[in-house]
Write a protein that binds this ligand. Structure first.
Ligand SMILES: *Cc1c(COP(=O)(O)O)cnc(C)c1O
Length: 414
């Protein structure tokens, strides 16, 4: 990270301005001319960026732009923030809404895919437009906060669904709202009796750590339990500023999780990922997910094979602290949701023996014979509607007669 005042564009900026998130947003880099003042661009790059900006906006906070090493054309921060002409390529298999978020949406901007939790998209705006954004169909094209009437409908829907106990507030970036407007949303969600936990999804600690101000943490404290999931992709994003932002949240009692996207040329390496996971734990952020790069349009140059993610998990599990090992998930196209994939540790099974291997390749035998009775069926939880499993593979354990079959099958099983 350079001293920002060595860059002519920011030579007169005071510390106070630099540390003010509103100043950061207002002075985000949105044009080729501004970008040229921060990092050198070849004529060709300049032309390419102009070509891309007609389809997907650019916005880079001065703080984040200042993390770019100007001498490195493949700098990981640069790759995530500076447009590439490859974004205009549409590949076979690319989808506009790969996760069918709009299909599973009973109300505009709200996705209800899992039985007990919903995703609220409250804005299409971000302080930094990730070049690998999965919600390109809405984010970075038209900048807008969700209409108050639509927001009211989202809240009404959640209130009408007693099974919803977990509400994710995302966007865009949930923290693009002012503290006051965000409090309006959070307080209304919190007022719904069946909502147990609230999660905020934001990349601000990474791209605009100044956003995590005292007003925000004091407000959040009033509505606990609130969790924050953020989005660090590379160790270079962990700086004294981002560390301080995470610490401010952690000190306000907010458990922090991280959702990394596996990106070719940025973090598709077990060593880089291990370093990232170690450094996250040091700033009190628990690695939660590594995502396979989605099938959204214009991001195929970032995509790796699934095997790369599995290799990364193989390189973490056992080799390092279990807390440093996130789940590698594929968000299934067509609204299938997140599917964890990883190395196979279960090699073989018989009636009573399970053959397992560990990270070293040592093969062990686990004797499955058990005795005594299970608590299942005797605890209050076993008859409580909130905890019963109503669908899915796990349902078959208690209802083996209820097999799952595709609806288009020519032959119906009896
Ligand atoms: C990711 C996601 C969730 C939350 O999933 P968790 O595995 O609980 O973190 C909820 N709804 C939608 C639509 C999602 O994409």
């Amino acid at each position: 990270m350079r001293d920002f005042r060595t860059i002519p564009l920011w030579k007169d900026v005071t510390d106070e301005q630099w540390n003010d998130w509103k100043w950061q947003l207002k002075h985000s880099i949105k044009t080729v001319e501004q970008l040229q003042e921060v990092i050198p661009l070849s004529l060709q790059e300049e032309r390419e960026i102009r070509g891309t900006l007609t389809t997907f906006n650019m916005a880079i906070t001065p703080y984040y732009a200042n993390l770019i090493d100007p001498a490195n054309p493949t700098d990981p921060v640069r790759m995530q923030s500076v447009p590439s002409l490859r974004e205009t390529e549409i590949n076979i298999g690319d989808l506009l809404d790969p996760l069918d978020e709009d299909v599973d949406s009973p109300v505009e901007g709200l996705t209800h895919r899992y039985p007990d939790r919903v995703l609220m998209l409250i804005t299409t705006v971000c302080s930094m437009y990730c070049r690998h954004c999965t919600r390109r169909r809405m984010v970075g094209e038209v900048d807008k906060h969700i209409d108050k009437k639509v927001l009211a409908k989202q809240l009404e829907y959640i209130a009408s669904q007693p099974a919803v106990r977990d509400v994710l507030i995302s966007g865009g970036d949930a923290l693009m709202f002012s503290n006051e407007r965000l409090e309006e949303v959070i307080s209304q969600v919190r007022a719904i009796p069946h909502v147990e936990i609230i999660r905020l999804a934001t990349r601000m600690p990474v791209v605009c750590p100044q956003r995590i101000d005292e007003g925000l943490t004091e407000m959040i404290k009033k509505y606990h339990p609130i969790y924050v999931n953020t989005h660090f992709n590379h160790p270079n994003e962990i700086t004294p500023d981002s560390k301080a932002a995470c610490e401010r949240l952690a000190n306000a009692g907010v458990p922090l999780g991280n959702q990394t996207v596996l990106l070719r040329g940025v973090n598709d390496c077990p060593h880089v990922m291990k370093k990232l996971m170690h450094q996250l734990l040091q700033i009190r952020v628990k690695p939660y997910y590594i995502y396979q790069c989605d099938l959204s349009r214009g991001i195929s140059h970032f995509r790796t094979s699934l095997g790369k993610g599995i290799e990364i998990i193989e390189s973490l599990r056992g080799h390092t602290t279990g807390m440093a090992v996130p789940s590698f998930v594929v968000d299934a196209p067509g609204g299938g949701g997140k599917i964890p994939v990883g190395p196979n540790y279960l090699l073989a099974r018989s009636d009573h023996l399970t053959i397992l291997r560990n990270y070293e390749g040592v093969i062990t035998v686990y004797n499955d014979k058990t005795s005594g009775e299970s608590v299942c069926g005797k605890d209050d939880a076993c008859t409580d509607d909130r905890y019963l499993i109503k669908k899915g593979v796990a349902r078959i354990f208690t209802h083996p007669e209820e097999i799952i079959e595709p609806s288009h099958k020519p032959r119906i099983l009896k």
